[in-house]
Design a protein around this ligand. Structure first.
Ligand code: UTP
Length: 275
């Protein structure tokens, strides 16, 4: 069983400056809910209750968000405004939260390795909260779909999406052998390839299930593209030594790490959930 979800949330979020100068990108609200809360809700829906967050300097507001706010809650007690806190109270009643800090921002792979003491020796999920994923038509969240697959295959799984060829340079891109129309066994992976070097247009998005041997591989992984320790490099090693699957998820995903994707998500969620 997968119980723990790791949220690497220590990045600088430079694409959102100046908003992210003193505020974490993960606390940007899509309508009235911060990105990190959407991620935690998706993890909960997949049956995970231990949330492990990798934070960094200036990211304290995430910890405060998943804690009580006595003065505010006392002020609105008994009023109809209390309803706005129902969702977050349910999360706090059902989940535990633990935090660790990434001291130097050496990339996503390094952030995941920083989370090792919170995860230990068990398979775990990873959510990048700046990729906002919404459930498929049947209401199954993306992570829930992946947890179901993990029960069957028992290996690391990355979520992938077809992207336009002109966008492949923004992602880790996979090559794989199809084992079902929506599942590929990975044979190659390239981080942020030029269009002509991309092995496909199947891009890795911010949802992973990782087996714990990934930590030892990450310890040996040297800096790759951009001088950062890349999870893609570690996953390629894992794929070559054993098996890593890519899963073409069902549902909708918004790249909220970019301004355009964030605006699209806001408009979509406002129409779908609030109008
Ligand atoms: P991004 O590539 O989006 O980087 O990280 P970023 O710093 O958040 O944003 P920009 O590009 O400067 O605008 C992908 C995910 O990995 C986390 C980020 O918090 C984000 O969830 N991350 C990245 C870390 O936790 N630590 C790092 O050193 C790098």
């Amino acid at each position: 069983m997968i119980r723990k979800c790791l949220f690497p949330a220590a990045g600088y979020g430079t694409r959102f400056l100046p908003a992210t100068k003193s505020m974490p990108k993960e606390m940007l609200p899509v309508v009235n809910k911060p990105l990190i809360q959407y991620g935690v809700e998706e993890a909960m829906e997949a049956g995970l209750t231990n949330m492990a967050i990798v934070t960094g300097r200036g990211k304290r507001s995430m910890e405060d968000h998943f804690d009580v706010s006595y003065e505010l809650e006392h002020q609105i007690e008994g009023s109809d405004k209390e309803q706005y806190l129902e969702g977050i109270r349910t999360i706090m009643d059902s989940c535990s939260f633990s935090y660790t800090r990434q001291i130097e921002m050496k990339g996503l792979g390094h952030a995941i390795l920083t989370g090792e003491p919170l995860i230990g020796d068990e398979a775990f999920a990873v959510i990048l909260a700046d990729d906002l994923c919404l459930a498929d038509e049947a209401g199954n969240g993306v992570l829930a779909q992946m947890v179901k697959l993990y029960k069957q295959f028992r290996c690391s799984i990355v979520a992938v999406e077809e992207v336009p060829m002109e966008d492949v340079h923004k992602y880790g891109v996979i090559k794989g052998e199809m084992i079902r129309d929506d599942i590929f066994q990975i044979t190659n992976m390239v981080e942020k390839p030029a269009t002509e070097d991309a092995p496909s247009n199947l891009a890795i998005i911010g949802r992973y299930i990782l087996t714990p041997d990934i930590f030892d591989i990450l310890k040996e992984t040297t800096p790759g593209v951009g001088g950062e320790i890349q999870i893609t490099d570690a996953l390629l090693k894992q794929a070559k030594e054993g098996c890593v699957l890519a899963y073409k998820f069902k549902g909708k995903r918004f790249d909220c790490g970019s301004i355009g994707g964030f605006i699209d998500a806001t408009n979509y969620c406002y129409k779908k959930f609030y109008k």
